[in-house]
Design a protein around this ligand. Structure first.
Ligand code: PMP
Length: 362
């Protein structure tokens, strides 16, 4: 096999090599069925066992919180931006949103279209380089829920702790940091994430929610958009993205092998620490975008003194096998996405490359 790239893509992103190899080994003949998992009915016993196993494994990694159910749906996290207000906002209510950056804004705009949206706190005045103080976050009196984006993939900020939503559910878009660290699921009414960063390939979106939020949905919204449809049918109302679900199950097995969420967290802290220390120790050659207390351990965003220099950096990095270091087109700059599956060796190689680049530009 050719050398694998140093993959810092923001999503779809690096998957564990062992998972890819296992999937390759059983690609053509899954569990001696004489076919690939992609070729079999989603109503058959083999697929269903994978589907159920993935749900159980996800809950188990999260400490088996009581009263929660896992859904596998499609349409990405972007569809959840619409499904959440459609399902959960009743007449006269709004969704309250913590505005932390680009993805929070997208979620907010969908709620505005569908039910009604309120700003519970915002860091727009700081150009979204920080997470608002938890004490400043106030849901509206008529809020159906409080929504946060636990990790802003584009700006590179992350909640270290979560606000207390009181009697309403706290809902978190964890698309870019799900399973990167232990969390107390009981704080949340609902957690959702597109799979393509920390969970597997694109195609499946995971929703983990209190059953009471899923069991009953308004009957005036389309059937496929109701949580209750997926809840009552164990996410098999229609054809699920079966290969993606299978891959998620394999990634979850890999996370277990890494020592679960505590094991993953310590690896992630080590990787992020290496890059941030390098940035902070570069005498301003590289500068971090996010305020230190709001820094993401998944998306490390940084800048250089000029756009011209940044362009040269990306180009030189590409020649050395580093992929995905350009910042999102909406904000520019540089970004290294170091999700769970990005190995320490890749991050060390990047840190060494950054050092080398700095020495040679001096
Ligand atoms: N939320 C966050 C935090 C994201 O990073 C992304 C994708 N980059 C989305 C939502 C949108 O996800 P999808 O493409 O699965 O709709």
């Amino acid at each position: 096999m050719n050398k694998r790239a140093y993959n810092f893509n923001a999503g779809p992103a690096a998957l564990p090599l062992t998972v890819l190899e296992r999937a390759q080994a059983e690609f053509v003949d899954f569990r001696e069925s004489g076919m690939s998992i992609m070729e079999m009915s989603h109503r058959g016993a083999i697929y269903e066992s994978v589907h159920n196993e993935a749900q159980e494994r996800l809950l188990s990694l999260l400490g088996n919180p009581k009263g929660y159910k896992v859904l596998f749906v499609q349409g990405g996290a972007s569809t959840q931006f619409a499904m959440i207000p459609m399902n959960l906002i009743s007449e006269g209510q709004v969704g309250s949103y913590v505005m932390t950056g680009s993805w929070a804004d997208k979620a907010f705009k969908e709620a505005k279209l569908v039910g009604g949206a309120h700003v519970a706190a915002s860091s727009e005045d700081k150009k979204f380089v920080a997470i608002p103080e938890l004490s400043s976050i106030k849901a509206a009196d008529n809020a159906a829920y409080l929504h946060v984006t636990s990790n802003e993939t584009i700006e590179g900020t992350q909640f270290a702790e979560f606000p207390d939503a009181g009697s309403i559910p706290l809902i978190a878009d964890m698309s870019s940091d799900i399973l990167c660290r232990p969390i107390d699921v009981n704080q949340f009414g609902m957690i959702y994430a597109g799979a393509q960063k920390n969970l597997g390939p694109s195609g499946v979106t995971v929703v983990i929610a209190k059953e009471e939020l899923l069991a009953e949905s308004p009957s005036n919204i389309p059937t496929i958009m109701r949580y209750s449809t997926h809840y009552k049918n164990n996410s098999l109302y229609n054809t699920p993205p079966s290969f993606s679900v299978y891959m998620v199950n394999e990634v979850l097995k890999w996370i277990e092998e890494q020592g679960g969420l505590a094991g993953i967290q310590s690896k992630n802290l080590e990787k992020a620490g290496l890059l941030y220390d390098h940035i902070d120790g570069s005498d301003g050659f590289y500068s971090g975008v996010a305020e230190k207390s709001s820094r993401s351990i998944m998306n490390v965003t940084f800048r250089m003194q000029s756009e011209e220099l940044e362009k040269r950096f990306v180009k030189a990095a590409e020649l050395e096998g580093f992929v995905g270091l350009k910042g999102h087109r909406s904000v520019g700059g540089l970004r290294a996405s170091i999700y769970n599956a990005v190995p320490y060796e890749s991050v060390k190689a990047l840190s060494d490359f950054m050092n080398h680049f700095r020495q040679t530009q001096g």
